[in-house]
Design a protein around this ligand. Structure first.
Ligand SMILES: Cc1ncc(COP(=O)(O)O)c(C=O)c1O
Length: 371
């Protein structure tokens, strides 16, 4: 990876650590996603990656009307930005059912789809929605990750029938997120998608035989995206998220994905405590720390190094070339996980042609906007 594409010509007045967004590259990734999906109507990108109104606006300009989100704040941001169709792909429990109902009432021009995997939770959601307009509800399936969703197909049918019987809920389709489908070998990922497609066909047939509509099947993330895009399921919508910004984690594990890293981090050398050690200001409060330590961030054009420690505000490197680093020296890189990294920043600096031209708030980082 060469750093020149991401460098700021004169970073001397820019405090670090900083999150950098590159709109041209973001636009390129979104356009490529439309191309792979076979049209914007077959795409429902997950906005949890960027949580940013301005990126939603770029997606809308490209014609991507349908979006997926994980939090009510992201859903509210989408409603405020004028997104037509927003799927909240997260189980709603407790007061979030009432917040969801408020969201539906506050943004009548946006269709909000809810997600359920449990009969009791569906009753609670139904109670919250009673006073408002009918809402489409998508049944979340456990297709192998075992995180959320209904695993057993007969239970999925029963839940779908429960939705169909409700006076305020409407059958919204099926959700199949395959977060476990992350084998480095693309053939393995293709095979897993094919297996899930067979289960989805079986379930869809069962529902349709009962006269129940399946208006959409929302499936997949970034690693499986090209294989879902090639599937011939009717009403399929692909829901990758990470590849809008992309990151070093996915780029190194899935080189078959033709996406470009469109966000970077700017850090600086703050100390050289020992002959072979260099410390940067890219601590765990600046770099998503859910990936394993050794691979947490790729630093571009930084000579031969390994990560020796990661603290709240410090990233400690070990390098035989530590003497080549000077204090205050700028360093650029890509985190292994851009989604958890973005959520650490209040704003991103927008870089065009080597200059910071704008600042975009990471608006939905705040879990409670107004609703
Ligand atoms: C439900 C759901 N859908 C889609 C995605 C997007 O996947 P990716 O980050 O691989 O693009 C995620 C990621 O966490 C997810 O949880």
């Amino acid at each position: 990876m060469t750093v020149s594409r991401y460098q700021i010509h004169d970073p001397s007045a820019i405090p670090s650590p900083a999150l950098l967004f590159y709109p041209e590259l973001i636009r390129g990734n979104l356009s490529r996603m439309v191309e792979i999906a076979g049209g914007p109507e077959r795409l429902r990108p997950h906005d949890k990656t960027h949580k940013t109104r301005e990126i939603l606006q770029i997606a809308l300009q490209i014609g991507i009307r349908n979006h997926k989100v994980a939090t009510i704040a992201e859903a509210e941001m989408a409603g405020k930005t004028g997104v037509a169709d927003v799927f909240l792909a997260y189980p709603l429990v407790g007061p979030n059912c009432d917040r969801f109902a408020r969201l539906v009432r506050t943004f009548p021009q946006t269709r909000f789809l809810a997600c359920v995997d449990d009969p009791e939770a569906t009753i609670r959601l139904e109670a919250a929605l009673k006073a408002g307009p009918a809402v489409e509800v998508v049944v979340d399936l456990d297709v192998g990750q075992h995180r959320t969703g209904v695993f057993d197909l007969s239970r999925a049918v029963a839940l779908y029938e429960q939705i169909a019987r409700s006076p305020v809920l409407r059958c919204g389709g099926l959700h199949a997120y395959d977060g476990h489908n992350n084998h480095p070998d693309p053939e393995q990922r293709r095979r897993t998608v094919t297996e899930i497609v067979h289960r989805l066909e079986e379930l869809t047939d069962a529902l349709q035989r009962k006269g129940l509509p399946v208006p959409r099947i929302i499936a997949g993330g970034t690693p499986s995206f090209p294989f879902w895009a090639a599937a011939t399921l009717p009403n399929l919508e692909c829901s990758p998220g990470t590849c809008v910004l992309h990151d070093h984690g996915y780029q190194s594990k899935f080189p078959d994905l033709d996406m470009t890293i469109a966000a970077a981090l700017l850090g600086r050398v703050v100390s050289r405590p020992m002959p072979e050690r260099v410390t940067l200001d890219l601590g765990t409060k600046a770099v998503g720390s859910d990936p394993p330590l050794a691979n947490r961030i790729a630093l571009w054009d930084v000579p031969d190094h390994r990560i020796a420690g990661h603290y709240e505000e410090h990233l400690v490197l070990e390098s035989p070339h530590a003497d080549r680093f000077r204090l205050g020296q700028e360093v650029y890189g890509s985190p292994a996980h851009i989604c958890s990294t973005v959520a650490l920043y209040r704003e991103a600096l927008v870089v065009e042609n080597g200059r910071v031209v704008d600042r975009w708030p990471i608006l939905a980082r705040d879990r409670q906007l107004t609703i």
